[in-house]
Write a new protein. Structure first.
Length: 406
């Protein structure tokens, strides 16, 4: 089978999916923004063809590049793991007559307001929300629903440009940043109090073939607010415990409602005084290389299962659920350059056998800004058969390791 992969060069994570397709026996061609010479050697070896374009978000340019490849070797699948390219990939499928995620579904997964309208119509619990293309529309929502509320781009990614607004003054500041208009719509949402987590799947044949549950400590929006926070992510191995039954059912209904048949999903959810509320879903794998944690904890080829799903509508492998996995990020107190670490050797001596991946930049290395995510600066990834012990270890690391900045 011949697969066209959009934006294969945007990060090392993408390589794992291209590699999985190759291991499954597929031919893989790529379309991206970088020149072929700037692709990593590993990626160049795996791509059978590659075409550089100025903008993958220009449908006409992307289609012209795809038709050029299709004329040489018929394209049978179009895939991407990059959020901004999800809708464009669906339009290419439609134009080329290729099966996969349809335009309607891809659009719903990007348009958070339409997504929630579809969920409400299906009786799926989610926050009150509305799209806004002007300050007046945003202010009308706030008047109707009250504060606190959340304002963010309609088709945003992660927590970039997401604002919690406690008052009209906060909303005014957020709108100054977001600048809503007809071409740059935003979404206003009821602020949902409670614990935040995620639910990742490999979908195959319209059902959840593999599901994984994760937790954020603290919530993503809170975590980006301070350098003093040591954000943790925990991927539990207690996925089948009764406490998650409602989440499993809600996730299955979400995917069914949106029409996601084969591939990956990343669902965000909250649980608090108002019960379970689903927040949003991406028709793509989780970011921050979270799938690496799922694979490490479950000791199976998760990327191969994804390739099996998109190529054949089935998903190979069986997760062992033997380990819980998690990460903790240590942030520098200010931007600058690393002078060293305190407590690092103590951590390595105490829990080094549980660490399966880590980053502790050398002295002289530049620090990274907070908006780059949870996989920057100093971080540790652990696995442990006991989820509670894992989370305690991650919290201890966050308290013990300190960064010196010069």
């Amino acid at each position: 089978m011949h697969v066209l992969f959009l934006a294969p060069e945007t990060g090392p994570y993408n390589l794992r999916f291209v590699d999985a397709l190759k291991r499954a026996g597929a031919e893989v061609s790529g379309i991206g923004h970088a020149s072929r010479e700037k692709l990593s050697a590993e990626l160049r070896r795996r791509l059978d063809r590659y075409v550089q374009v100025k903008s993958l978000l220009d449908d006409a340019e992307a289609l012209a590049a795809a038709r050029g490849i299709d004329g040489e070797r018929r394209i049978e699948r179009v895939e991407t793991i990059d959020e901004p390219a999800i809708v464009g990939a669906a339009r290419l499928r439609e134009a080329l007559g290729v099966p996969g995620l349809p335009v309607r579904t891809a659009t719903l997964c990007r348009d958070k307001a339409a997504m929630k309208e579809a969920w409400r119509a299906a009786g799926i619990p989610c926050a009150a929300s509305a799209a806004a293309s002007s300050r007046a529309e945003a202010e009308a929502f706030a008047e109707r629903e009250g504060y606190p509320l959340v304002a963010k781009p309609l088709a945003g990614f992660g927590t970039n440009d997401t604002f919690r607004c406690e008052s009209a003054a906060d909303l005014a500041k957020a709108l100054d940043r977001l600048r809503p208009d007809a071409s740059r719509r935003i979404i206003l949402e009821e602020f949902v109090e409670g614990h935040e987590g995620f639910y990742d799947t490999v979908m195959a044949g319209g059902r959840v073939a593999h599901g994984f549950v994760g937790h954020y400590f603290p919530s993503c929006l809170e975590a980006i607010g301070s350098r003093a926070i040591r954000p943790r992510i925990g991927c539990t191995n207690r996925v089948e415990s009764p406490g998650y039954a409602e989440l499993h059912a809600a996730a299955a209904r979400v995917n069914e409602t949106l029409g996601i048949a084969d591939g990956a999903t990343h669902l965000e959810w909250f649980f608090g005084p108002k019960g379970l509320k689903v927040s949003e879903i991406g028709a793509r794998p989780a970011g921050e290389r979270i799938w690496d944690m799922h694979a490490a904890g479950n000791e199976f080829d998760l990327y191969g299962a994804w390739a099996d799903a998109v190529l054949h509508g089935r998903a190979a492998g069986t997760p062992t659920r033997r380990f819980a996995t998690g990460s903790v990020q240590i942030r520098p107190e200010r931007d600058g350059r690393y002078a060293g670490h305190e407590g690092l050797q103590e951590v390595l001596r105490a829990v080094g056998d549980a660490i399966f991946e880590m980053s502790a930049p050398r002295p002289g290395s530049p620090t990274a800004p907070l908006d780059r995510g949870w996989h920057e600066n100093t971080w540790f990834r652990l696995r442990d058969a006991d989820y509670d012990r894992l989370m305690a270890r991650l919290a201890w690391i966050g308290e013990t390791v300190k960064i010196r900045v010069m």
